[in-house]
Ligand binder design. Sequence first.
Ligand code: ADP
Length: 345
Amino acid sequence: MSDEILERLPDGVVVVGADLRIAYLNAAAEGLSGWIRTEAIGRPYHEVLALRDAAGFPLHERGELVPRLRTVRTSPERELLLRRRDGEERWVAVRAAFDRDESREVRAVLVTIRDIGRRRRLDHARSDLIATVSHEIRSPLTSVKGFTSTLLRKWERFNDEQKRHMLTMINHDADRVTRLLTDLLDVSRLEAGRLELKRQEVDVSEIAAHVADRLGHSSDGRVIEVRFPESLPKITADPAKIEQVIVNLVENAIKYAEGPILVSGEATDDDVVVRVTDGGPGIDARHLPHIFTKFYRHGQGERGSGTGLGLYITKGIVEAHRGRIEVGRGDEGGTIFTIALPRGD
Ligand code: ADP
């Protein structure tokens, strides 16, 4: 009965005898270690549980499976690398319980092992993110600090034009930090699944016209044409978020491409499609698969350019609406972003 339960346990259980040889392992432990029971039983435990710590020290060489202290009944959880029979290594969480006789000698060690690959990967991704964010925030702040301290120390030595130039730089860099923090808040909401959509009836062509008007004015008169059929059906969506998506794509076209920009679209049976087309230079085929990745940026844009989060957020918003986004190259070499938002009727 108890064996049956152990067999069904999702965590690996290994029993090591007082002779430090394998006495038993359950099905999950077979799966994790790559050993089968009949071959494992009777072997020195470290052949089957080939565990080492992050620094590379094998557990058994330090005699660490059984603690010297005779009063210890369980060991705290440790994260260790398990070398499987096929040579592959896996992160596992290991705990042990010690079965002792009256004189407190170890009779058997019960070891549990749990695959923590996913947890380790998430932890890694998190520390990568913190490192990137710290770097992204530090560089504009360093420049703000540099310009302000120069201005404070040598105020009289600069003429008005030089001062204006430095203040403009400071202004740019402060904006950049603010933008980065706003983007990061969006990212954390998206990743936690907490992006709230305030859905209502939305006319996408109206939003596009409004965006084109606003960005056309603020970008020294870049031509932004809007072309939708009169009969475009309304969809149920969050108008502010749809606007953010179109703004992101049009701003990218303004920043990274030349020539006129076209925001167009139509309805298909299932979707309302929106396309943002620009006049080149296009995104190199090498970069296309990565373009929606967090912090992906290619070519160092001019000062104050993006955070590499824009398209990641754009994709997240579109997908929160159950839509799709694709990128491709136009016939004339520019870039075309295509969004399909479900009509839902
Ligand atoms: P950023 O905040 O840096 O603009 P995005 O996620 O919006 O980040 O874009 C990622 C990268 O994709 C940009 O750094 C740029 O190199 C490239 N990119 C985006 N849109 C275009 C476009 N319309 N034309 C050319 N390159 C683009």
